[in-house]
Write a protein of this length. Structure first.
Length: 143
């Protein structure tokens, strides 16, 4: 089974939302993958932000259990696909073919909604969902 790793900065908003969104999309499409997340600058053990949880709920997405984790080399090595939220985050990682940013898929970075209002979180979740459809389409091809 393939492992997909999502990376953002603090691992409390965008990457955990991406995990929850992709897990639901995979289930709806009868696809399987191990989906995890981590951050580049993390205070370990933090839950997903309340606005992220609420945004997912508003979109009808069940949130996954989550506690923030710092990205490790082992996580990178064990993942088949590594997805950052921005091109700048991708530049902080080693040059590897398996690392992409969501901007590579939809032409724009997924900006950090941290400490912003719920509307920003919902818009961010929808943007992530749109980008992840491209990953689901790719996985449907059996690659």
């Amino acid at each position: 089974m393939k492992t997909i790793l999502f990376i953002c900065t603090g691992n409390t908003c965008r990457s955990p939302m991406a995990v929850s969104i992709l897990k639901q999309m995979l289930k709806q499409n009868n696809l399987k993958a191990n989906v995890i997340s981590a951050g580049l600058d993390v205070r370990e053990g933090q839950p997903m932000t309340e606005n992220a949880k609420t945004a997912l709920k508003q979109l009808g997405i069940r949130k996954s259990k989550h506690m923030s984790k710092q990205l490790t080399k082992q996580m990178l090595d064990k993942s088949d696909l590594v997805v950052t939220m921005t091109n700048q985050q991708k530049q902080h990682l080693p040059k590897m073919r398996k690392i992409i940013s969501l901007a590579d898929l939809i032409g724009q970075d997924i900006e950090d909604p941290f400490m912003q209002n719920l509307e920003v979180y919902v818009a961010t979740a929808k943007q992530i969902q749109r980008a992840l459809q491209k990953i689901v389409d790719y996985l449907k091809q059996g690659v």
